[in-house]
Design a binder for this molecule. Structure first.
Ligand code: FDA
Ligand code: NAD
Length: 430
């Protein structure tokens, strides 16, 4: 008979949010044997952003254990030994197959029942598959997605099997842009294909996007915009040899990278917890509609106080901070306020680097030198008379801190022309 194990706290999912939550538990005084982390992945929590950056470098690539959490926030690196020393049970390589929030139990793929007093759902998200858009071929060995270490190893194999070859990158979002840059650095010729008029359409204006597209073109990247993939051609081994586009074009390839968005992993809780915006709806303490269940990271839809609305954010800083806040609320509810989070996104490609804070709503004011090739420029978003968002490429640490602080303060903006004249100086002096 299945006896199972019981814990006070269980974190379901072993990604970024799980790692930061574990550190916060320990910092606040966790007892031996109270906490367990269950993860489908075979390794302890790590900084996922490394997979599209350092992990793909041709020289001295980043490999575990170097990027376990929480090195991304310049904090302790939590190796499997650390979890052991702190009496935290790491159940790795184990998927949870079902959850029962009334009984407070989880059932694993190995048939074990794990019970909890408090559950933290940190299941993140899964990459959308081409099949969901009616295209078959995702299983071909030279078609790569990128969500976890297994995907990243597969991508490295494909890169190493295609020296000097041709790649098509499907999707013009974060994965598409970061992987395209990594492929170029590995001397692979890249064609990017996406349906929008410009890259990074969810966040960037066409003017900012064109700066990055011009930079990529100068590195030899081709852009095919406003169309999507319709099918693949395969060789007798089942490898993809060409990509057929809906506009009739055919592109020969050695490999394909797909980054067409994600879906949060909410499946275990459908019909048991309230969902919103594709995620698990939580309050300002990261607590779901069931008071014993919290949700953090990509899977959580939480109230973003500064915008007065519930959002789900798919970025590492939100994962780290929501994790810490949830643990604070669990262990010290009286001293923990509502989560008050300023959305923060960033990316690094080639030698370029940008940060964005707040919301990309309203009118846009640009400043700086957008002529290309590693210059410094930025933009502000102004909505209903207030500064609500700020973007900066090529800034210094102090300048990034300044745009974050200015966005947090939501200053009133009366004259857009004056804001444009002041440019970065506005944030620095606010
Ligand atoms: P995360 O996906 O990290 O972890 C979820 C974990 O739950 C996984 O280990 C998964 O296996 C496990 N799991 C799911 N279902 C399970 C089940 N049923 N049973 C057991 N385990 C289960 N963001 C950013 O701000 N800047 C950046 O530069 C990047 N770069 C970047 C690169 C790449 C390649 C990716 C894929 C993503 C990024 N991101 C990013 C996004 C960032 O990594 C993301 O927001 C966080 O990883 C979210 O952390 P979570 O812990 O919520 O999910
Ligand atoms: P994304 O949402 O950033 O971009 C998805 C892209 O898919 C869109 O830009 C669009 O061009 C494309 N697309 C949509 N439908 C398509 C279709 N039918 N055919 C072809 N293309 C289509 O998602 P992503 O790039 O896949 O990234 C996955 C996740 O990883 C996101 O949560 C993202 O935030 C995260 N991530 C973040 C960073 C970062 O913050 N620097 C870096 C890498 C990944």
């Amino acid at each position: 008979k299945n006896m199972g194990r019981a814990f006070v706290y269980v974190i379901l999912g072993g990604g970024v949010a799980a790692g930061y939550a574990a550190l916060e538990f320990v910092n606040r005084g966790l007892s031996i044997g109270e906490l367990c982390i269950i993860s489908q992945e075979p390794v302890a929590p790590y900084e996922r952003p490394a997979l599209s950056k350092g992990f793909l470098l041709p020289e001295a690539p980043a490999r575990l254990p170097s990027f376990h959490t929480c090195v991304g926030a310049n904090e302790e690196r939590l190796t499997p030994k650390w979890y052991k020393e702190h009496g935290i049970e790491l159940i790795l390589g184990t998927a949870v197959k079902s959850a029962d929030v009334k009984r407070k139990t989880l059932l694993t793929a190995t048939g074990e029942t794990i019970s909890y007093k408090i559950l933290i759902v940190a299941t993140g998200a899964r990459a959308l598959k081409l099949e969901e858009f009616g295209v078959t071929g995702s299983d071909a060995e030279n078609v790569c997605y990128l969500r976890d270490i297994a995907d990243a190893n597969r991508l490295v194999d494909a890169i190493q099997s295609s020296p000097g070859g041709n790649a098509v990158v499907i999707g013009g979002g974060y994965i598409g842009m970061e992987c395209a840059a990594s492929l170029v650095i590995n001397k692979i010729n890249v064609t990017m294909v996406f349906p929008e008029e410009h890259c990074m359409a969810r966040l960037l204006t066409s003017k900012i996007a064109s700066y990055y597209e011009e930079y990529y073109k100068s590195k030899g990247v081709d852009f095919i915009k406003g169309t999507v993939l319709s099918s693949f051609d395969f060789d007798s081994d089942g490898k993809v040899t060409a990509v057929n586009l809906r506009d009739g074009r055919k592109i020969s390839v050695d490999m394909v990278v797909v980054g067409i968005g994600i879906r949060p992993n909410t499946g275990l809780f459908e019909g048991q917890l309230t969902l919103e915006k594709g995620g698990i709806k939580v309050n300002g303490k990261l607590q779901s509609s069931n008071s014993s269940v919290y949700a953090i990271g990509d899977v959580a839809a939480f109230p973003v106080k500064i915008f007065g609305e519930t959002r789900r954010l798919e970025h590492v800083d939100a994962a780290r901070k929501s994790a810490r806040h949830a643990v604070a609320a669990i262990m010290d509810v009286d001293k923990t306020d509502e989560f008050d989070y300023l959305p923060f996104f960033y990316s690094r490609v080639f030698t370029l680097s940008w940060q964005f804070y707040g919301d990309n709503a309203g009118e846009v004011v640009y400043y700086g030198d957008m002529s290309g090739g590693g210059t410094t420029f930025g933009a502000y978003w102004v909505s209903k008379g207030h500064l609500v968002g700020a973007f900066l490429e090529g800034g210094t640490k102090e300048e990034y801190e300044a745009i974050a602080k200015a966005t947090r303060l939501r200053p009133e903006i009366e004259d857009l022309g004056e804001l444009e004249r002041q440019g970065l100086g506005f944030a620095v002096t606010t």
